[in-house]
Ligand binder design. Sequence first.
Ligand code: SF4
Ligand code: SF4
Ligand SMILES: [Zn+2]
Length: 274
Amino acid sequence: MEIKVLEKDDKNMRLLIRGVDTPFVNALRRNVLAEVPCMAIDEVVIIENSSVLHDEIIAHRLGLIPLKTDLDGYNLPEECPCQSEFGCNLCRVTLTLDQEAEEGTITVYSGELISENPNIVPLSDKIPIIKLTKGQKLKLEAYARLGKGKKHAKWQPASTSAYKYLPQVKIDAARCDACGKCVEICPRKVLEKTEGKIEVRDLLACTLCQDCTDVCPKEPPAIDIGWEKNAFIFSLESTGALPPERIMIEAVKILDKELEEFAKQFEVEKLEKS
Ligand code: SF4
Ligand code: SF4
Ligand SMILES: [Zn+2]
């Protein structure tokens, strides 16, 4: 397998992966969304709520606030030695909220949640939770835990995890008269006309839509769109809970573990049959 990082910043990553097949890349894509853990609020104790919203709605809103995650500092509750339904310092982080509208109407934002661990805080301070009018109060304790996207979408560390085939664009220079129709129609500006010939400007932007071949007046078309076998462009967008490279590394580690378990079970079945 060959991996090349095409783009990377603190939230997004685009990779070119060669030498693997579709089931492998798809397993990686699914692991990113369903198996790599991140932190989310999982339980809320409402101490006082005189707002117009029911406790359950507030708890649901809190659960959907993305939190920064420290994967090395915390255990998944099911793997924590405490094995307690309340959790311990190794599998649970407490965040508190205590707001009251003393004068006029106020909006309570995610930034007003106070975490016992400064590393596990909302990714944005500006997510509105509730509006309180004069005299209304909201006081609560929220417990965040590590969890997996396969149980609830609030535990997905990535908002995008997708792959596409690596495009291949072939132009038959002998038959192409550089009419430029393919350049005009391309929605992704993949092609350009330079010095009387058509050239590929941005191959990775191609979505394989085939509009260029459809519009080509030559029969058969002088442009051919295909894709490279076993080469993929993988795009990952983190919610910000974890850096994108960490999400990918964890997804690969989990896949490795799953394959080991599968191989072990397969061996056991073979022994049982023989
Ligand atoms: S539409 Fe066909 S003939 Fe015209 S420039 Fe494109 S490839 Fe060449
Ligand atoms: S297949 Fe679509 S995106 Fe790709 S070059 Fe042709 S028109 Fe552009
Ligand atoms: Zn614990």
